[in-house]
Design a protein. Structure first.
Length: 473
């Protein structure tokens, strides 16, 4: 075969820099045009159409390190990803290799040390179940199929947050592939600067292939939900805000206004309805928990499911979508909810918009107190985390959802400090808004020292100057 014949039969993909990765990960590398590329590149949020230069699925840390070295040698960057939650802020991926950690999903529980060790691709439900079998709980979030690594390294707020703090500060050690393709263990004594940066700085500083974190000796919580018709949104919101401001650290709740679609898998009493829901957990004995919840129960909800509940069930309490689905959202951290903020929230919740849910999550308590030996996100300051989400099953629905959720965030922004909780922020924003100025300056300095060539790409990229990336939608 002549050189000209070879050129005619070789695809554009095979001549791309990413071709250098072929054969790695036991063949689990997918390039554009390959049969497995489209399924491998899929983000959890189906509205995000990410098209990377390649997708690699390593089986262990050594394979991940090989991918990093090969990608850097080919002039490509690398983005770690397990489930693909919060993928939209990555922007264009033409020169980026996504490293999927999903195959590294082991879970090990050490009850004597109060520790769990999990693979970089493990999901929360598997760790919750494993720990519960030994009588322990984990600082999981509000959805069973979120990846432990991404959630934990970006902060992590769940049903025990006001009592036990951010999940990132329960992390005690990490197996990490660094930007130069080495595998290291980072903890308080080994690579302490990397350990600090990862706990808050997330995928900007390494590919986490395993992590160890503290678990807590309880197997149940007093948890559930209270439900009213949305016609009562204002009195319920006012009571909840007054109650939340004085609530003890044992309780963590959220307030939501939900527009439920008329789908057959939704229970008939709620199908197609507009509802108010308060859900959460109390880490207290039943009598004490009932005393704490009494001011809310006095409003006579239609449904009251608060009761002693196994920790395994709490991952599904919030009824977040399980499995990949298309959506858009926006969020803002609120420092207070004065009268004008209450009106702004209720106006948004009443508006005939595309938004499916308007939400306030209760902050404070341990979330506002720095933990000993904390990382780059020692606290999440603020009183409430406001969030709005919409379905984005079509481009038109995505456009409407982006507009309406942005309007919600703008309406509540005057009542916050412009601080972002980046784990919830699925839009491209200045990553400096996720940290105080001193912390962000330290992160930028460490990024330059640990990854001088910018090989690693976090979904909210730490860098000295920020420019808005192209929108996905």
């Amino acid at each position: 075969m002549t050189i000209e014949d070879f050129a005619r039969t070789t695809t554009t993909t095979d001549r791309s820099p990413a071709h250098a990765l072929r054969g790695l990960c036991g063949g689990a590398v997918h390039l554009p045009g390959d049969p497995g590329y489209d399924s491998a590149r899929m983000a959890w949020n189906l509205a995000v159409d990410q098209r990377p230069a390649a997708v690699a699925i390593p089986a262990d840390a050594q394979q991940a390190a090989q991918v990093v070295r090969a990608a850097a040698a080919a002039g490509l960057r690398v983005a770690p990803q397990s489930t693909g939650h919060n993928a939209a802020p990555l922007g264009r991926l033409d020169d980026v290799v996504i490293v999927r950690t999903s195959a590294m999903d082991s879970v090990q529980i050490d009850p004597a040390r109060h520790r769990a060790r999990v693979g970089g691709g493990a999901l929360w439900q598997s760790a919750v179940d494993a720990a519960a079998r030994h009588g322990f709980a984990t600082l999981h979030g509000s959805s069973p199929d979120v990846g432990i690594a991404g959630y934990s390294l970006g902060g992590g707020i769940g049903w025990y947050a006001r009592a036990l703090g951010l999940a990132t500060n329960s992390v005690t050690g990490l197996e990490v592939v660094t930007a130069d393709g080495r595998v290291v263990w980072a903890d308080a004594e080994h690579h302490p600067e990397l350990f600090w940066a990862l706990r808050g700085g997330s995928g900007n500083f390494g590919i986490v292939t395993a992590l160890e974190f503290r678990i807590f000796p309880f197997a149940t919580a007093f948890a559930g939900m209270l439900v009213w018709d949305a016609a009562l949104a204002e009195p319920v919101l006012r009571r909840w805000l007054q109650w939340a401001g004085d609530a003890p650290d044992e309780v963590t709740t959220s307030f939501r206004v939900l527009r439920l679609p008329p789908l057959p898998d939704i229970p008939a009493p709620f199908r197609g309805r507009h509802l108010v829901v308060i859900d959460g957990a109390v880490l207290a004995a039943d009598e004490r928990a009932a005393e704490i919840l009494a001011p809310l129960r006095d409003l006579q909800p239609e449904v009251d499911t608060f009761a002693r509940t196994p920790v395994q069930a709490l991952t599904g309490l919030h009824m977040d979508p399980e499995g990949p689905s298309p959506g858009v959202s926006n969020t803002v951290v609120v420092d207070a909810m004065p009268e004008a903020a209450i009106h702004a929230f209720l106006d948004q919740a009443r508006a005939g918009s595309s938004v499916l849910l308007h939400e306030l999550r209760q902050l404070g308590g341990a979330l506002g107190r720095p933990a000993d030996g904390a990382g780059a996100m020692p606290t999440l300051p603020g009183a409430f985390l406001a969030f709005a989400g919409a379905i984005a099953a079509t481009p038109e629905m995505a456009a409407a959802g982006l507009r309406d959720t942005a309007e919600f965030a703008a309406a509540l922004a005057p009542f916050g400090s412009r601080r972002n909780y980046l784990n919830f922020q699925e839009n491209a924003v200045d990553p400096a808004t996720g940290f105080d100025p001193v912390t962000f300056g330290r992160l930028v300095t460490l990024k330059s020292a640990l990854d001088p060539d910018g090989v690693l790409v976090g979904n909210h990229l730490v860098r000295r100057t920020y420019e808005m990336e192209d929108e996905f939608f």
